[in-house]
Design a protein around this ligand. Structure first.
Ligand code: BJW
Ligand code: ZN
Length: 249
């Protein structure tokens, strides 16, 4: 069975990278981006909400939408997949978790220091001077489409923006470098719950494959990463990952 084969590779691996996308949080009740019917980009216009141009045109619309997202994420709890990933880290010291997700569910599950390639909903900063401005508290449960005026930066008076990476923006350089270096030097990369469509993040599993690492993919659906995967485990992460770790512990 493929899960046995994946468990065998994981048991042999000395240096592991875990690369995650929205699918790992799906079973915590957080919508993915591109899944048919349930994905955020099926219901909302990414260009009008997740670009610097959207922010410039209508900051209240963008801030209100991200506060709604923060409400959804604030109610969510880590699932069995997040916990299995933390267990892999505990069993194999030196494992690097690289996430595209802007929720903090890996940290809540016990992952000590996941690399965030696309920022975090809990790390807003001034759009003008970059000063961090942590959220005041839980989001105010704004409705999906409600406009909300962004807070004002205490340092320069600029508007505070969500601390996420929008389309057309560079990824945080240190995070991307650390992720690429870990991928280039690992002997196994687990890619979990990502469509593998958004670059440069989608390069990370490809870098690992090019450098000779085994790639195990966990996803209920085919993706462009099927081509580089040594083993494809088709199914929901919260079922597959506990089965995988049960076989290796
Ligand atoms: C399950 C499951 C379960 C479901 N268990 N699995 C043309 C070609 C190539 C590139 C480009 C292009 N045009 C533009 C670009 C560049 C662009 C890009 O890649 N676009 C593509 C979409 C075409 N990239 C960028 O703009 C990036 N920046 C950049 O390139 O900068 C250049 C630059 C350099 C120097 C200076 C200036 C600029 C930035 C990308 C930022 C992405 N941001 C977002 C939003 C973050 C904030 C927010 O949350 O609102 O990040 S978009 C969104 O996609 C989010 C995610 O992190 C990212 C990836 O999505 P993910 O995680 O893969 O989710 P889905 O929904 O796509 O897939 C979920 C998967 O889970 C599916 O496969 C399901 O089957 C699976 N699943 N249930 C396991 N239970
Ligand atoms: Zn400022």
């Amino acid at each position: 069975m493929t899960v046995d084969r994946a468990a065998g590779l994981l048991a042999q691996a000395r240096s592991v990278v875990v690369f995650t996308g929205a699918g790992v949080s799906a079973e915590s009740g957080i919508p993915t981006f591109r899944d048919v019917q349930t994905g955020l980009w099926e219901r909302f216009d990414a260009q009008a909400l997740a670009t610097p141009q959207a922010w410039a045109a209508d900051p209240d619309l963008v801030w209100g939408w991200y506060e709604w997202r923060r409400t959804v994420v604030g109610r969510a709890r880590p699932n069995a997949a997040h916990r299995a990933i933390a267990a892999i880290e505990a069993a194999k010291p030196g494992t690097v978790v690289v996430t595209q997700n802007v929720d903090d569910l890996h940290e809540q599950a016990g992952s000590p220091a996941p690399i965030h390639l696309h920022g975090s909903l809990t790390a807003p900063r001034c759009a003008r001077c970059g000063t961090p401005r942590p959220p005041d508290g839980p989001a105010d449960e704004p409705a999906e489409g409600r406009r909300l005026t962004p807070p004002v930066c205490e340092r320069c008076g600029g508007a505070v923006r969500p601390g996420v990476v929008w389309f057309g923006e560079a990824l945080p350089e240190a995070a991307l470098t650390a992720a690429a270096e870990a991928a280039a030097s690992c002997d196994l990369l687990l890619t979990i719950g990502t469509s593998g469509l958004v670059y440069p993040a989608a390069e990370i599993p490809q870098v690992a494959a090019r450098c000779g690492a085994w790639v195990i993919q966990v996803n209920p659906r085919p993706t462009p990463l099927d081509e580089v995967a040594t083993v494809n485990l088709r199914g929901p992460a919260a079922e597959i990952l506990p089965a995988l770790t049960a076989l290796t512990s």
